[in-house]
Design a binder for this molecule. Structure first.
Ligand code: GLU
Length: 387
């Protein structure tokens, strides 16, 4: 049977594939240290679990509105006001199957054949694939370690054409961990305003910031409200990866278009999961601070170990929970490096290539300290064996 051409235009998600492989190796009895998917190892906070359980007990197990439970849309609008200083009505928000499907729904609602979508590299590997699935053209803009892996206003201006439809921003960044300063965000916003550009801002890591780094949502900058979409979710800040609850906020016409599409492809997100999400937003935020404290310690330990390894350099992440070390002096492609590391030393990491940089590989430190220490010993041995 002949598959649709679009299938041949995209590749499977390597983050999910390597994570599944590492889990299967572990299940078969192997001692694997996995730094693959960005998945916090903490249990979901008990009050969130309790809220979902209560919702099930109360019979919130049926279909709901495709765009989400009204109470959750209200909680999201409240959060965006409280944390980001942006005023949205609940109908300007939509609850989606994780942040991933918020972005996919947006691409389907906005992008037509041939439309260009600007994506600064390194990027989260699903962005270009989503653009391609929607029939658009990803325009990859390389950045450098020297520029903090951030796109400059001049770079942005230079790639805008009459076909440009959208800019994808992601700060804190997956995979680099870099965070745009408020001034840098304002400078990018200025270009967007001058060139009439729409921006989607993936803010899934906004709560995971180190050393006083500050998060400014581009949608909060004057003149950006009407041309911005904010994407966020519960997976990273509240350790709710498997719950699949995310959201998108923005101009009502776009949100309502995404809701129409969602009504035909997923219907509502799991109803009782949405009640857990309401508790996550409306109740104590101490759990977020506790997880951040653990990430902060793990980041220091991993960074120090990696930086001591010959031939590897590693910029310091300011947010999220990834390291993105440069291995270009070790003489292997990132795919070869990660493959050998997994097969020979049972350490799972993600090659930089699908993130748009073959000189790097990505490690998630959203895992326990013992795994980090054992994994770093093995990585050290592997790197030494390459000298
Ligand atoms: N976003 C996470 C990561 O980059 C989860 C896996 C995925 O969806 O790609 O590891």
């Amino acid at each position: 049977m002949k598959l649709a051409a679009r299938v041949g235009q995209v590749t499977p998600s390597i983050t999910l594939a390597i994570t599944a492989k590492a889990k299967a190796m572990k299940a078969s009895g192997m001692d694997v240290c996995s730094f693959s998917a960005g998945e916090p190892d903490f249990p979901t906070p008990p009050h969130v679990v309790a809220a979902a359980q209560r919702a099930m007990d109360e019979g919130k197990t049926r279909y709901g509105p495709a765009a989400g439970e009204p109470a959750l849309r209200e909680a999201i609008a409240h959060k965006l006001q409280r944390d980001n200083g942006i005023t949205y009505a609940p109908q300007q928000t939509i609850v989606t199957n994780g942040g991933k499907h918020a972005l996919y729904g947006l691409m389907m609602a906005l992008i037509e054949a041939g439309d260009e979508v600007i994506i600064p590299a390194p990027y989260w590997l699903s962005y270009p694939e989503m653009v391609i699935l929607a029939g658009g053209q990803p325009v990859i803009v390389p950045t450098t370690e020297e520029s903090g892996y951030k796109i400059t206003p001049e770079q942005l201006r230079s790639v805008i054409t009459p076909r440009t439809k959208l800019l994808v921003m992601n700060s804190p960044s997956n995979p680099t961990g870099k965070v745009y300063t408020p001034d840098e965000i304002r400078a990018i916003a200025q270009v967007a305003i001058e060139t009439d550009l729409v921006v989607v801002s993936d803010e899934i890591y906004e709560k995971i910031l180190y050393d006083g780094a500050e998060h400014l949502s581009i949608a909060a900058v004057e003149g950006m409200y009407e041309r911005s979409l904010v994407c966020n979710g519960f997976a990273k800040a509240y350790s709710m990866t498997g719950w699949r609850v995310g959201y998108l906020a923005g101009p009502e016409a776009i949100i309502s278009a995404v809701a129409t599409i969602q009504g035909h492809c997923t219907s509502n997100v799991c109803t009782f999961a949405q009640y857990g999400a309401i508790a996550a937003l409306n109740e104590s935020q101490d759990c977020v601070a506790e997880m951040l404290a653990a990430f902060t310690q793990r980041r220091s330990v991993m960074l120090e170990r990696i930086r001591s390894m010959p031939g590897i350099t590693c910029p310091e992440p300011e947010g999220a929970f990834y390291l993105f070390p440069n291995i270009s002096r070790l003489g292997l492609t990132s795919v070869e490096f990660c493959q050998r590391l997994l097969e020979e030393f049972q350490v799972a990491t993600i090659p930089g290539l699908p993130f748009g940089s073959d000189a790097n590989f990505r490690l998630s430190y959203a895992t326990d300290l013992d795994t980090i220490l054992r994994g770093m010993d093995r990585l050290d041995k592997f790197v030494s064996s390459l000298q």
